[in-house]
Ligand binder design. Structure first.
Ligand SMILES: C[S@@+](CC[C@H](N)C(=O)[O-])C[C@H]1O[C@@H](n2cnc3c(N)ncnc32)[C@H](O)[C@@H]1O
Length: 201
């Protein structure tokens, strides 16, 4: 392949990425202008949990995001069957999604259920829960809002507890109650799990 062809290909990749981000930005803008979702699930997978949550809470507008198209398609299929007006799904990576939100956007409830555990030490940096991510999430959470985190992987539970303890805008809410129970796809497979609730302070 010649040098000019490589640079053409490179430009096409950059352009595709720019369009993808612009589309996410536009989708977020429209969704939040029209519907003001206050409940977020990051890594919603097949959408089992959030679909049931939205049905049980018709007064709350919910948005679920996942980075995998295949999983999201299943969520959207569920959504069409439910015919509910308070539930939306977007294909997005967690950090990118938060970065695409307008400054005034605040969530009241954020669910993170069975996030990918990345057990190997060299992969820990790929975990969704990171110090900077918690800070950014805090900027888009109302005071008193909660993160509801659940995992079947004990080391990830400990990792998240420690990060919350050290994060200036979140605190562990030891007396908090899980607001709604519905088994997510992964919860159906992993019955042994731990949950924590972090409150925005
Ligand atoms: C183990 S599955 C759990 C799915 C669902 N929460 C459940 O309990 O059945 C983790 C999901 O998170 C999604 N995911 C992983 N990293 C993500 C990220 N950074 N942003 C958004 N979604 C992510 C994956 O595509 C996958 O669907």
């Amino acid at each position: 392949m010649q040098k000019s062809e490589i640079s053409k290909e490179y430009c096409a990749v950059i352009e595709k990425e720019r369009c993808r981000r612009a589309l996410l930005f536009d989708n977020c803008k429209e969704l939040f202008l029209r519907h003001h979702p206050e409940v977020l699930e990051i890594g919603c997978g097949h959408g089992h949990f959030l679909s049931a949550y939205a049905l049980a809470h018709p007064e709350q507008c919910c948005v679920g995001i996942d980075l995998k198209s295949g999983r999201l398609k299943k969520s959207v299929k569920k959504l069409k069957k439910l015919n509910t007006k308070n539930l939306f799904f977007l294909k997005a990576e967690g950090k990118e999604f938060i970065g695409a939100l307008g400054q005034s956007i605040r969530f009241k409830r954020i669910f993170i259920l069975f996030p990918d555990p990345w057990p190997k030490k060299r992969h820990h940096k790929r975990r969704l829960i990171q110090e900077d991510f918690l800070l950014e999430l805090g900027d888009h959470a109302s005071i008193g809002a909660c993160i509801y985190f659940r995992t079947d992987f004990q080391p990830y539970f400990e990792w998240t507890s420690k990060m919350i303890e050290h994060c200036p805008n979140w605190m562990l809410d030891q007396n908090g109650r899980w607001p709604f129970e519905e088994k997510s796809y992964f919860e159906q497979i992993h019955s042994n799990y731990k949950s924590l609730i972090a409150k925005r302070i």
